[in-house]
Design a protein around this ligand. Structure first.
Ligand code: NDP
Length: 367
C-alpha cells in the first residue's frame, strides 16, 4: 500500500506539506486517506468470482491483488488478465500462508456454500478480513462459529450483500424509514429461476446445503427485513417438489413462506428453482407502495412507488459494493443496511426456521 511518504512524494508534496498551513496539510491527509485501498484476494475463481473481478476494475477503494484457487490453469489466466503477482497466488492447501503476506488485506470467499465456513475461518485465522458470499453458511450454528472466529481474530466479517449498496434499493428503504409509505404492513418477495445442469454443485446437498432457498430464496428473506425495517418473529413454510430426481432429498425446489413481524406486518415469499421471471419485491403501506422488478438481479434495478418511478444511475453492483466495503473496513463507515456477520446470521436463523416449518408444518417462533 502507498505509504504517506510515498504518497506525498508521488504528489510532489513531501517538502510542501511541512510548510503548508494546517488546513492544507489536513486536505493533503484526506487525499492520502482517499488513496487508501483495500487489497483483496478472491478465493474461488468461478462464475461469480469472475464477475466480481471484472467489476473491481472500476473500483476506487478496492483492488484485486491475489487469488486462491484449486485450478492451476485459472491461476495462470488470472495472473495475466489482472496483473496478479505469483507471490499473491495460493491454493486451498497453502492459503494459510497468506498470514505472512503484507500485501493482502482481505479475502473474498466465493466458493460453494458448504465451504464458506471452513474457508472464512481459515482466512480469519490468517489474520485477514473476510468478505463471504451469501448464504454466509449452511445454518445458524455455522454462522455463529464464523462470527466468533472473526471476532477472536480481530478481523471484519462481511457478507456479499450487494443490494445493500444499490441506489434504488437504498432510496426505497430511505422512504420507508421516513414514513412516506405510512405503516408498512405487507411485503411480497418473489425469487426464482429455472436451474439447468442437474450435476452442478447447487443441486448437491453436501455442497449447497439445500436448494433454491440457500441460493435465491435468501434474497426474499433479506429483502423483507430491509424493506420493512423489522426482524420477523415467526415463520410458516410449505414445500412443493415436482421433480424429485433433479431435486433430491434435502434439495428444495420450491418453497413458499410467510413471516410475521412485531408491528403486525406480514411477508409472503416464494423461492424456486423451477420458474423464471421471479425477481420482484412489493412493499405496501397505509399511504403508498413501492415495487421493484427486477429487485435483486444484476440490474439495472427498476423501482417505482405510488409517486412514480425512482431514477438513479445504474452502477455495476459489485463495483459499488467493494468500494463501500473498503470504506467500511478502512474508514469505519457505517452502511444504512448492515452487511456484517451478524446480518448474515439473521438470515441463517430464518432459513433454519423455514426448513423446520416446511418439514413439520408448524409455525416456528423466532423469539
Ligand atoms: P461456481 O461453481 O461458478 O464457482 C465456484 C468456484 O469455487 C469454482 O469455480 C472453484 O474455483 C471453487 N471451488 C472450490 N471447491 C469447489 C468444489 N468442491 N466444487 C465446485 N467449486 C469449487 O459458483 P458461483 O461462482 O456461481 O457461486 C459461488 C458462490 O457465490 C456461492 O456461494 C453463491 O451463492 C455465490 N453467488 C453470489 C451471487 C451474488 O449475486 N451475490 C451470485 C452468484 C453466486 P477454483 O477452480 O478457482 O478453485
Amino acid at each position: 500500500m502507498t505509504s504517506r511518504r510515498d504518497f506525498l512524494q508521488k504528489a510532489g508534496l513531501s517538502t510542501l506539506a511541512v510548510s503548508l498551513p494546517f488546513t492544507d496539510a489536513l486536505s493533503a491527509m484526506n487525499l492520502e486517506r482517499e488513496d487508501k485501498v483495500l487489497r483483496v484476494a478472491i478465493m474461488g475463481l468461478g462464475s461469480y468470482g469472475t464477475r466480481v473481478a471484472e467489476a473491481m476494475k472500476d473500483c476506487k477503494r478496492a483492488k484485486l491483488v491475489g487469488v486462491i484457487s484449486g485450478t492451476p490453469s485459472k491461476i495462470e489466466t488470472w495472473k495475466q488478465k489482472y496483473g496478479i503477482p505469483a507471490k499473491n497466488c495460493y491454493t486451498y492447501e497453502n492459503y494459510h500462508q497468506i498470514k505472512d503476506n503484507p500485501d493482502i488485506d482481505a479475502v473474498y470467499v466465493i466458493t460453494p456454500n458448504s465451504l464458506h465456513k471452513p474457508h472464512s475461518i481459515g482466512v480469519a485465522k490468517a489474520g485477514k478480513h473476510v468478505i463471504c458470499e451469501k448464504p454466509m453458511a449452511l445454518n445458524a450454528e455455522e454462522g455463529r462459529e464464523m462470527v466468533a472466529a472473526c471476532k477472536a481474530a480481530g478481523v471484519h466479517l462481511l457478507v456479499g450483500y450487494r443490494m445493500h449498496f444499490e441506489a434504488k434499493t437504498l432510496e426505497v428503504v430511505r422512504r420507508q424509514r421516513a414514513g412516506e409509505f405510512g405503516k408498512t404492513l405487507f411485503f411480497q418477495g418473489l425469487s426464482g429461476f429455472m436451474i439447468g445442469d442437474p450435476t452442478q454443485w447447487r443441486l448437491n446437498r453436501e455442497l449447497a446445503g439445500g436448494g433454491s432457498m440457500m441460493d435465491i430464496g435468501v434474497y426474499s428473506i433479506n429483502g423483507a427485513r430491509y424493506m420493512l425495517g423489522e426482524e420477523p418473529i415467526w415463520v410458516t413454510a410449505q414445500e412443493v417438489k415436482t421433480d424429485p430426481v433433479k431435486f433430491k432429498q434435502g434439495v428444495d425446489e420450491t418453497i413458499t413462506f410467510q413471516m410475521g413481524f412485531p408491528s403486525g406486518a406480514v411477508a409472503s415469499c416464494l423461492s424456486t428453482y423451477s420458474m423464471n421471471n421471479l425477481d420482484k419485491f412489493f412493499l405496501n403501506g397505509t399511504k403508498g407502495f413501492a415495487e421493484m422488478q427486477p429487485s435483486t438481479g444484476y440490474g439495472p434495478i427498476q423501482a417505482r412507488t405510488n409517486q412514480g418511478p425512482i431514477e438513479a444511475q445504474h452502477i455495476t453492483h459489485q463495483t459499488t459494493q467493494m468500494d463501500e466495503m473498503a470504506a467500511l473496513i478502512l474508514d469505519g463507515k457505517k452502511p444504512l443496511i448492515p452487511v456484517d456477520g451478524e446480518e448474515g446470521l439473521k438470515d441463517l436463523v430464518i432459513i433454519d426456521a423455514i426448513y423446520e416449518a416446511a418439514r413439520t408444518g408448524a409455525r416456528i417462533s423466532l423469539i
